[in-house]
Each structure stands twice: as C-alpha cells, then as structure tokens.
Design a protein around this ligand. Structure first.
Ligand code: CA
Ligand code: CA
Length: 193
C-alpha cells in the first residue's frame, strides 16, 4: 500500500516535471515569415508562438526609429490574434493602394513577454504597375511562353511582382495550372480571360 502511494507521488512529480519542461520550452514569439505582395497591397506575416495564446503584432513605418521608444505616429499597423493549436498566428496587413516605399519593421510578441523583430520591404507602390493580363514576360504577346512561365512558377521558379500580376489571369490570387490553361486557351482559340 505504501509502495503504491509512493508510485502515485512519483508519477505526479513526473507530470509536474513534464509540465515544467513544456512551459520552459513554450516558444517565445518568432516571426517565421514577413513578406509584402504588391498585387494584394498586403504584407503577410506569420508568427510562431505558444499555441492558443494571444500574439500582438506591430508594424512600424519606414524610417521609424524604435531604439528611442515607439510613438503612435511611427505605427503603420497594430493587431492582435490568437495563435492556433499548432502555435501559428498569421496576419494580413493592408497597406493601401500606394504604400510608402521602404523597409517596414515588424515586431511580434506573445504572452512569454519576449518580442521578435523582422522586416519587409515595399519597393514600389502597387498602384503604378502596368502589365497585360496573360503576358507574363511582357513581350507584347500572350502565348505558350507565358503559359510555361506560369507552370514554371507553379513548380518553384520565381516571378517578379509585376509578372505575378500578369500571370494570375483568373484573378483568384493564386498562380497555378488554371492560369496556364487559360493562357493556352487564349492562345489557341482566343478565349477571353
Ligand atoms: Ca508574352
Ligand atoms: Ca489564378
């Protein structure tokens, strides 16, 4: 009887030890991805944090100096959301159709109290980009070359932001085989996008 009681105490201690390790390893907020897309005029920011805790995001305007504290006029965007059960919090940050160009500093913190810093760059204000839907390589024609560029992108090649705008012919914010097929349909039968 005494022995089994000791066992119970031990297992409680084991559980506490595991819980302690878990809380000690509870992740500080870590910005895993921070990118700006001119086609959506939004920055996508992914933060890895403790599951189901609140994550606060702060985006500072280009040229802000955060070493002397952050003033309200330096804040481009502020938001808070809960990390999901996998510890991932995603933010979609709208910057308007003609955002200020430059480097935006991103800060994210969770309930652990630590803050991670990252950044993204807006190199051109999206509103001024000119392109022709389907003419991915901007050579004035819409043909198989453009469809192949879309397919190449789909399997991992890169496109510039302007090329991406031209490539998403069905305007569903994704660039995939559907767009390539639409370009081929246009090329072979003149079928409009
Ligand atoms: Ca072309
Ligand atoms: Ca598309």
């Amino acid at each position: 009887m005494k022995k089994s009681l000791k066992k119970v105490i031990l297992s409680c201690a084991a559980v506490s030890a595991v819980l302690f390790v878990m809380s000690a390893s509870a992740m500080a907020a870590d910005i895993t991805s921070s990118t700006y897309s001119s086609s959506t005029a939004k920055a996508s920011i992914t933060v890895s944090a403790t599951a189901e805790t609140q994550v606060t995001l702060l985006v500072l305007k280009p040229g802000s100096n955060d070493t002397d504290g952050i003033s309200a006029s330096e804040i481009a965007y502020i938001d808070q959301t809960a990390a999901n059960s996998s510890g991932v919090a995603t933010f979609s940050v709208p910057l308007g159709s003609s955002p200020t160009t430059g480097t935006y500093v991103v800060k994210a913190g969770d309930e652990s109290g630590t803050i991670d810093t990252d950044s993204f760059t807006v190199s051109s204000s999206g509103g001024t980009t000119t392109y022709t839907l389907g003419d991915v390589n901007a050579d004035g024609g819409i043909d198989t070359t453009d469809a192949i560029m879309v397919l190449d992108y789909y399997v991992g090649a890169t496109l510039t932001d302007t090329q991406k705008l031209a490539a998403d012919v069905n305007k569903d914010s994704g660039i995939d085989t559907t767009d390539a097929i639409a370009i081929l349909d246009y090329y072979s039968s003149g079928k409009a996008f």
